[in-house]
Design a protein around this ligand. Structure first.
Ligand SMILES: *[C@@H]1O[C@H](CO)[C@@H](O)[C@H](O)[C@H]1NC(C)=O
Ligand SMILES: *[C@@H]1O[C@H](CO)[C@@H](O)[C@H](O)[C@H]1NC(C)=O
Ligand SMILES: *[C@@H]1O[C@H](CO)[C@@H](O)[C@H](O)[C@H]1NC(C)=O
Ligand SMILES: *[C@@H]1O[C@H](CO)[C@@H](O)[C@H](O)[C@H]1NC(C)=O
Ligand SMILES: *[C@@H]1O[C@H](CO)[C@@H](O)[C@H](O)[C@H]1NC(C)=O
Ligand SMILES: *[C@@H]1O[C@H](CO)[C@@H](O)[C@H](O)[C@H]1NC(C)=O
Ligand SMILES: *[C@@H]1O[C@H](CO)[C@@H](O)[C@H](O)[C@H]1NC(C)=O
Length: 341
């Protein structure tokens, strides 16, 4: 370590110390860990029995799944039919505003199907009900103590594949075939997956950028849905292959071992945890969802300052808060290969 960074470390460690005291207090109050004190990493993404109704505060800028069946029904295929499977990928429009962001390869992924029998094709994707910003950052509502999240995500299945949309600047590639009955089994699986996996998670949190890093948290986004679908297809007997490299966008945070804080009522309902509650609100103030690109740029700078200088991030996962002691390189967006199963 050189002298400058050693000095930097000393200044930060005082802040960290104060934070540690707060967190220790917490752990005395909320002891969520098992008796052996060991936590499972990565923290398993929580499955729910059913999907709750959406709060009317959350408003979609674009309606979710406008051309899908309102009840999420998926057409039944004949046993003898042959269904082609397509890998679909396209750059995310939200990031096309700036040249810089466009070059980051922030991609949206989906799976396509087409029936040999009927010639009809279909697109299946999983995405945010209220846009990415609302899944990544909560709203701070004056009348509410806890930050308010519009973070549901869901599967959308609809008729048609928009060839131009996927193939220009993206990917539209046939990667395999299944029978009609295998497709029907997949349809059942999608509906179960959609009912029990209800919220979107943008971040993957790792201990460091090395290949041996510990994963503290896994994202739950459109590309994870595509990977789950490919795994299910393989399990059902499909053989998948691609002529090109299959790369996906990952948005990483890097931190030391996370500390569990609690859910809304643990943190925001108890006077003893007022300081942590205040810190979380303050933290998310700079991360609030944005209406304009200029605001986003300013807030990202503020957020970066918080993360780099305070080495602190409050992650919301499974509707509970965790504190991440952040470390370099803090955040990274990669476009890396995940081979087909
Ligand atoms: C996010 O949520 C707010 C509040 O519900 C809503 O007005 C907005 O349209 C949503 N989408 C975006 C991109 O901010
Ligand atoms: C998934 O759930 C959403 C939200 O309830 C619903 O709109 C959609 O139709 C469902 N999709 C499937 C494929 O079941
Ligand atoms: C999907 O169907 C549309 C309309 O029939 C057609 O234009 C398009 O080429 C098909 N795409 C694929 C990948 O099968
Ligand atoms: C593909 O990229 C070009 C150049 O950036 C752009 O003009 C075009 O609109 C893009 N096409 C689609 C379908 O997004
Ligand atoms: C990763 O782990 C393997 C086996 O434990 C070890 O041989 C390798 O040196 C490690 N790599 C890094 C970058 O730490
Ligand atoms: C929050 O966690 C506590 C346990 O710490 C639990 O009793 C309570 O039901 C949870 N509240 C919600 C809204 O999930
Ligand atoms: C795809 O991923 C591989 C390995 O993860 C990487 O070397 C390559 O540069 C990536 N391709 C693009 C176009 O970024």
């Amino acid at each position: 370590m050189d002298q400058a960074s050693r000095r930097g470390f000393f200044i930060m460690s005082q802040k960290d110390f104060v934070l540690c005291l707060k967190l220790l207090l917490f752990l005395l109050v909320v002891s969520q860990f098992g008796t052996d004190g060991r936590q499972q990493w990565p923290v398993p993404y929580r499955r729910f029995d059913s999907r709750p109704d959406v709060d009317s505060y959350c408003e979609a800028l674009y309606p979710f799944c406008p051309t899908g069946d309102p009840d999420g029904r998926i057409p039944f295929m004949k046993d003898g039919d042959i269904i082609s499977i397509y890998r679909l990928q396209t750059p995310v429009w939200e990031w096309k505003y700036g040249d810089l962001l466009g070059k980051l390869h922030v991609m949206h992924d989906a799976v396509g199907f087409s029936s040999l029998d009927t010639g009809t094709n279909y697109t299946m994707e999983w995405y945010e009900l209220f846009q990415l910003g609302n899944c990544t950052f909560p709203h701070l509502r004056p009348e509410m103590k806890a930050p308010f999240w519009c973070n549901q995500g869901a599967a959308c299945f609809f008729e048609g594949i928009d060839d131009l949309h996927w193939s220009q600047n993206g990917t539209l590639e046939k990667i395999g075939e299944i029978s009609g009955s295998q497709f029907n089994d997949l349809a059942q699986w999608v509906q179960d997956d959609n009912r029990t996996g209800i919220y979107y998670e943008t971040w993957t949190v790792l201990s460091d950028p090395s290949p041996n890093a510990t994963a503290w948290f896994e994202s739950y986004d459109c590309s994870q849905f595509v990977h789950r679908t490919y795994r299910k297809l393989t399990e059902l007997g499909a053989k998948l292959s691609s002529r090109s490299q299959t790369n996906y966008t990952k948005i990483y945070l890097y931190s030391g071992e996370p500390t569990f804080l609690g859910n809304d009522s643990d943190i925001f309902g108890q006077p003893a945890l007022k300081n942590v509650a205040t810190d979380i609100r303050k933290f998310y103030y700079s991360f609030r969802p944005h209406q304009s690109f200029a605001e986003l740029a300013v807030s990202l700078l503020e957020a970066f300052r918080d993360v780099v200088f305070d080495k602190s991030f409050y992650l919301y996962y499974n509707f509970e808060y965790w504190h991440l002691p952040m470390k370099p390189p803090y955040m990274q967006i990669t476009y890396e290969e995940v081979p087909l199963p």
